[in-house]
Design a protein around this ligand. Sequence first.
Ligand code: AMP
Length: 312
Amino acid sequence: MSHQTGASTNMSILVVGSVAFDSVSTPFGKADEALGGSATYFSTSASFFTEVRLVAVVGSDFPDEHIKKLSGRGIDVAGLKKVPGKTFRWKGRYDYDLNCAHTLETHLNFFSSFDPVLPEAYKETPFVFLANIDPELQISVLDQVKKPRFVACDTMNFWIEGKPDALKRLLQRVDLVVINEAEAREFAGASSLVKAARIIQGYGPKTLIIKRGEYGAMMFHEGEVFHAPAYPLEEIFDPTGAGDTFAGGLMGHLAATQDLSGHNLRRAIVFGSVMASFNVEAFSLERLDTLTKKEIRLRFSEFKRLTHFEEM
Ligand code: AMP
């Protein structure tokens, strides 16, 4: 497989997660077996900001053109393993409430036996994002990275219900958790998000970001709460991957700026919201394929105007 392992820089991000075929239907259309997966969305989004190294597994049915598309974006695919068999498949449906994905089918295929081995050059990557995937795999990747500077993870109901203990073990070792509103409530067994945040932070992470779909994102960090809106769009075609593109913009900005202060975390959340707002404008990765850095900058400035008000 073509790859481009380069020297580790202090701005690199390592991501492990799913690379998938998604079949998605929304009230506005559908996509069959389109390129998707948590690591695909994350790495594409983060690649607008910095160098990204991908760790994932696909089957022999996965077309090389998809891999070329990722490496064409500068994503290091040396850790993307192709094995005989079928690629992970996810089938989901959204109704008019686009904040809520209904999983119809999850075919892990050989994901359940995937044993990720990091290429030597990946082991010193300073920023690590453990995208939504089996928490045992997230732990196994983290075990192989030497003294990462900043580790963040995502998860979902499938793993909260299926592997809660592994998830709790993982949370002891991460700096930041990025999680959906409904999943935060379910995981913590609390309906108040403030209470849910306190309970989840009690498992280990210093910072928690709760994604609230069209209502934006909330950050709990060092006793402070920050709330950013989502960009008000008139049309949303497909929310699939919004969470991962959000995380890609967020981590991309943190790694590119090397600044982990509370102020910069706030900016990073806005960059995450900017990336997610573009992603939902089309199915699969279509919108990110044509996106430019200039468009990202402009929408970032629009967020400033959207949230700015003068004190009396
Ligand atoms: P989100 O950003 O939350 O919309 O994530 C959507 C992506 O998650 C889709 O592209 C799916 O392929 C992927 N996905 C769905 N279920 C799982 C799962 N159980 N494990 C890993 N990835 C999944």
